[in-house]
Structures are given as C-alpha cells and as structure tokens.
Design a protein around this ligand. Structure first.
Ligand code: ADP
Ligand code: MG
Length: 372
C-alpha cells in the first residue's frame, strides 16, 4: 500500500494542505520547525489513529482549533482506497472514520495497512532501558494482533493490583486469598503475552539478522530474555515455568511489594558475538542495528497484513553514511514507499527520489530528480 494523495485540515501547523505523493522514495526538505515531522505524523495517524510523539489527541489539532481532518488516497498494484478521518479533540475525543465513503470502526481502519515510523529517538531501543525494548515489541504485536492489544493493558493493570495486594498481604493475612487470585491471573495473562512475544522475536530475529547483514555486512542476533527463566514457545511450558518462578520469588515480592517476574520486567538482547550492542556497539553499529530492527518491523508487519507498510523516516537520513542511505532507498526496489524528511539535501548518487520543499506551512514539489 502507498500514499498517493494526502489532505490535512487544521492538523498541527497546517491549516489546509493537499499533496500528491509519488511512488518510491520522496524526500521532504526544509528548515527546522517548518512542518516536516508533522506531515509524517499525519501519515502515521491515517494508518493507526495514533501519533508516534503526541501525548494527547488535542495536541494534533492546530492551536485554537478543537478538531482536525485527514484524508488519504491509498494505492496498491490493483486497488485504490480512500480514507477520511474527522476527529473532534475536545471536550472528549470523537472520530468519524470512512473507508471508500463508508463509515467504519476504528478496528476496520487499523486492519487496513501499517506504517513504520523511524526517528532519531529510536536509537534508544538499543541504548536505552529495557522498557523501550519492551515497548518496541509491544507496539509491533499490538499492531499485528488485536488480541495482544487487549491483553497487554489487562496484564499491566493486574500487575498494579497485585503489587498493591503484595503490600497489604505482607501485614494483613486477610489479603492472602486476593493475592492468590491475582497470582493466577498474572500467570495466565502473562504467559499468553510471553508466548506471543516469543513468536514475534523468532521472526523479528531472522529478519533483523538478514537486514543487518545487508546494511552493515556483519552478524547479529536478537533474543528474548525473560525474568521467568528460560522459556520455549509452548504455552503450557511457559505457564508452569512462570508458576515456579513466582513461588521462588514470592517471599522477596512480599517484602518489596512489587511483582518481580513476568513480561513487564523482560528484555530483548540485541548482540553480536554474544556482546550486547547496548554496551559494546559503536555509535555506527548501533545506528545500523536499530535501522535493521525497524526494517525487520516492516517485514513482520508486511507478513501479517499481507501488504507492504509505508516507511516513514523522520530526520534519520542525514545521520546515515552515503552507503546506508542508498541501502535505505533501495527498499523502494522491493516495492516499499519511503517518505523521508531532512534539513539538508543528502549527497549521494544512488537511487532516485522525488523532492519536496516544506516551507511556511506548505509543501511544494521541487521537481522529481536525482541529486548530482
Ligand atoms: N498543534 C499545533 N498547532 C500549530 N502548530 C503546531 C502544533 N504543534 C506543533 N506546531 C508547530 O509546527 C511547527 C513545525 O513542527 P515540526 O513538524 O516538528 O517541524 P520540523 O519541520 O522541524 O519537523 C513548529 O513550529 C511547531 O511549533
Ligand atoms: Mg522534525
């Protein structure tokens, strides 16, 4: 799937914008604070009704407005689909969503096509704390699998309730029964999350490996490390391992009043030669491996959606060396649409891209072309 046309009304700094977007790679160039990121954010919103950076929906409406509209024409090799979204942001969020002029639900839109958004902050998937790596996995799984999207908040809520029960139970025996019920719930919900995460990591790992080889020429591995212990993708096995571990750490949990084991404490180890990129990777290696992870995300989503995601690269192009830029652009040869923002024209002689200028709350075609 690709964007062929976008319309933005009262979205961020755009009072009104219409833009035709060609297939392949498009580069949106402009000075700071002209609306480059906002444009990619609008594309992302059309695919999943959320923003990669806004905390609240009301941040997306232009200042002084309480609603915004987005419309897109999406093209595939053999189909054209129109999407229209009208969102009222205050006092509460209300949306009208249409696909091909028919009113549809949020779920219908989410099932249509995926986008992959890549920004410089994604380097923290490698460099940052384990929470960011869990978020990376959770966001892919929630996008692919509506069951996972429902299970995750239920699990997190159960962990919070269990933490509270642990605190009470440490001095009040009447809480023992509640704690027991919550133990069971944490294990049953958590095991299902773990099972799905292991399934994803298996596919993600293979794709990351091949993409990293393509980008950087080296080897890498991606493995899921669980606080529950060593687990295999077998639901019954995961459950009994989780049960055992919970018993093992229960005394300490009662003292500390927190749930110490489960998917909310796990990590993703991205390594080469069994050395973690987080601690031993050079800046260049870290950039390459995070790019490989994002491309692997694209391939995982492509597999589950049966359509190619649109790749949105915000401000990351200038950080890549010319060879890696060419490799990113060569994604277009595999049928991906890639929308790139940059403050400067990258010097490279590789694949072609269409050029746009982002200025004064507007986007102008610069004339399709190839630099140098
Ligand atoms: N809700 C909003 N309404 C109006 N303008 C906004 C809103 N949110 C952000 N902006 C402004 O949009 C401008 C462009 O932002 P952005 O797309 O992040 O720029 P860049 O081109 O550097 O990526 C900024 O000046 C920002 O202050
Ligand atoms: Mg920006």
């Amino acid at each position: 799937m690709r964007f062929a046309f976008m319309l933005l009304r009262d979205f961020r700094n755009y009072p009104y914008l219409e833009i035709e977007i060609p297939p392949g790679a498009s580069l949106f160039m402009g000075l700071n604070a002209q609306g480059k990121t906002n444009l990619l954010e609008a594309c992302y919103y059309v695919s999943c009704l959320s923003s990669p950076r806004a905390e609240r929906e009301s941040d997306l409406a232009s200042w002084g407005k309480n609603s915004f509209s987005l419309a897109a024409r999406l093209e595939d090799s053999d189909s054209v689909t129109t999407v229209k979204i009208d969102t009222v942001t205050t006092p509460s969020v209300r949306r009208k969503i249409q696909i091909n002029d028919r009113h549809v639900t949020r779920q219908d839109l989410l099932a249509l096509f995926p986008c992959v958004y890549f920004s410089p902050d994604d380097l923290y998937i490698i460099k940052g704390s384990s929470g960011l790596r869990r978020k990376f996995l959770d966001s892919i799984l929630s996008r692919q699998d509506p069951v996972y999207a429902r299970l995750l908040p239920r699990y997190n809520d159960t962990v919070s309730r269990r933490n509270m029960a642990l605190k009470k139970a440490s001095f009040d025996d009447s809480w023992a029964k509640t704690l027991e019920t919550l133990d069971e719930l944490v294990i049953s919900l958590g095991s299902r999350l773990l099972y799905k995460r292991l399934g994803l990591v298996e596919v993600l790992s293979a794709f990351t490996r091949s993409t990293y080889k393509f980008i950087a020429g080296g080897d890498c591995s991606v493995t899921y490390t669980s606080t529950v212990g060593e687990i295999l993708p077998d639901l019954a096995g995961i459950k009994s391992r989780f049960q055992g571990k919970l018993q093992e750490v229960k005394a300490e949990e009662l003292t500390r009043g927190v749930t110490l084991t489960g998917p909310h404490r796990d990590d993703l180890l991205v390594s080469y030669d069994s050395k973690s990129f987080r601690y031993f990777g050079s800046q260049g290696q870290q950039r390459s491996v995070v790019l490989a992870l994002k491309m692997a995300e694209a391939r995982c989503l492509e597999q589950s959606f049966k359509t190619r995601p649109v790749i949105l690269l915000d401000d990351v192009f200038s950080e890549l060396d010319p060879e890696k830029r060419s490799k990113v652009l060569s994604l277009c040869d595999f049928g991906y649409q890639v929308l790139i923002t940059s403050t400067e024209l990258p010097k490279h002689t590789g694949p072609k891209f269409s050029l746009f200028r982002v200025e004064n709350n507007s986007v102008y075609p610069w004339g399709a072309g190839k630099s140098e």
